[in-house]
Design a protein around this ligand. Structure first.
Ligand code: MN
Length: 452
């Protein structure tokens, strides 16, 4: 049954029971959690490199209190907005694998301290097979906190689906495990979903410095973008888009979400096919869900009046069983095959290494796309991301690729279907290259691909 679309007082059944905690009970629970011993058990030891375990400064994270004050980084006009009193409740889902205790705890405490209690149905921690299961278990002493644990490593995508399947509130809020939510972060997100349940919304993601843990405001004039290799990047709004934004509190439509933090109506999430659970560990899932939301009748927005800080790192602290690049290619290749139609060829051109990699069975996802009667990738490009330049003939050149006296040349090899490229002395005349040295090549992003 669809539970509770009202405030705690209006909601019926189990949801109300778990949402109604008296102030005294709340205080008892907050005080009942032995923070000092939780943190002390796994503290950084002097002499150790503070970056080894988590790829951010563990020592600095531990020096900062779990309930530190943050600067309110919103535009001042956000502070004058009012939100409905009957916003839907949310289940907050935080997945993690071997997260620093200090950072995970600060994520949760920031949520408990800066969110109207009656809007949180539960906080579901999904422990993706961390080495120490008490990292998660001990936190269930805190109000609203539940813990699910995988009995093998599943990765972010399947872990999030586990959390979503267990969630009971009307709205799902996905958070990363090294965040701090800022003042009034949740009401704008819930209100937008109440207005339009097909909208999938993200906060502006402020920056928590990985060395100092300083909380730094991010620009609110950014949206998510990408190139043909399916590499995510933040993009400045164009001058025209800027000019159209007369009200800095208005939502920003975005072609893609960064993926770590977003809010979605639970039945809409289920209707759209959750996530592609054949994707591994991390990476590429934000493309899949973004294309799917847009092409299947929804939209993606960044809400500038909601701010959440996130620790941005330079590398992943954990291992990918099949290697980082292979996992990213498998996940993005599944996305390209299911959602990009013939435009997937530009993906292969930009990421030639993806061609030969296996990506598993996508028939179920193709079926899903059919069943939901989703629009084409051309529609997405025309209507959502016209700024993404589609390579045309002017991007591809032909001629000789030459290194001193040698030219790139193609030749057949016994028993192999595709020709092999080698360097050999140039044979054609100036301006009239020999046939096997006449190359057609195109450049997308960082890679050059030659077809002879
Ligand atoms: Mn993260």
């Amino acid at each position: 049954p669809e539970l509770g679309s009202g405030g705690a007082a209006a909601a019926g059944g189990g949801e109300a029971a778990s949402s109604q905690i008296s102030d005294a009970e709340w205080e008892d629970m907050m005080e009942g959690f032995d923070e000092r011993s939780y943190l002390n058990a796994r503290r950084w030891k002097p002499g150790d490199d503070p970056y080894t375990l988590y790829a951010f400064n563990q020592r600095e994270s531990e020096r900062i209190p779990s309930d530190r004050a943050l600067k309110d980084t919103r535009h001042y006009r956000c502070t004058t907005l009012h939100y409905d009193s009957d916003l839907p409740l949310t289940s907050i889902i935080i997945t993690f694998h071997n997260e620093a205790r200090s950072t995970l705890l600060r994520t949760i405490k920031s949520v408990l301290n800066r969110t109207p209690v009656h809007l949180i149905h539960e906080i579901i921690l999904v422990d993706d097979f961390s080495n120490d299961k008490s990292d998660c278990q001990l936190l269930t002493k805190l109000p609203k906190v539940k813990c699910l644990r995988n009995n093998k490593r599943e990765g972010l995508i399947r872990s999030r689906v586990q959390g979503a399947d267990a969630a009971r509130a009307k709205v799902l809020t996905f958070l990363d495990s090294h965040c701090e939510v800022n003042k009034d972060w949740l009401p704008p997100l819930l209100q937008r979903i109440q207005q339009d349940p097909t909208c999938v919304v993200s906060p502006v993601i402020d920056i928590i410095n990985m060395d100092t843990f300083a909380y730094v405001a991010a620009s609110a004039d950014l949206r998510g973008g990408f190139d043909w290799s399916l590499h995510f990047k933040w993009e400045q709004l164009s001058p025209e888009q800027q000019a159209r934004r007369t009200d800095p509190t208005q939502p920003i439509k975005t072609p893609i979400i960064a993926g770590g933090l977003f809010v979605i109506d639970r039945s809409w999430f289920n209707h759209l096919g959750k996530y592609d659970t054949a994707m591994d560990i991390w990476g590429g899932e934000n493309f899949e869900i973004s294309f799917r939301v847009w092409q299947c009748g929804g939209s993606l927005e960044i809400l500038p009046c909601s701010r959440v800080g996130h620790v941005f790192r330079k590398k992943h602290p954990y291992v990918f069983p099949e290697g980082n690049a292979n996992t990213y290619i498998k996940n993005t290749r599944r996305t390209a095959e299911v959602w990009m139609d013939d435009f997937r060829l530009f993906y292969y051109s930009a990421r030639p290494a993806a061609r030969g990699k296996s990506y598993g069975d996508v028939r179920g996802r193709v079926e899903l796309r059919k069943k939901l009667k989703c629009k084409s990738f051309k529609w997405y490009l025309d209507n959502v991301y016209p700024e993404l330049k589609v390579p045309d003939d002017s991007d591809s050149q032909s001629g000789v690729i030459r290194q001193r006296q040698n030219c790139l040349e193609s030749g057949k090899v016994e028993g192999q279907e595709t020709p092999v490229l080698t360097l050999a002395p140039c044979t054609g005349a100036e301006g009239a290259p020999a046939n096997n040295q006449d190359s057609h090549y195109s450049m997308f992003g960082a890679s050059v691909e030659a077809v002879i």
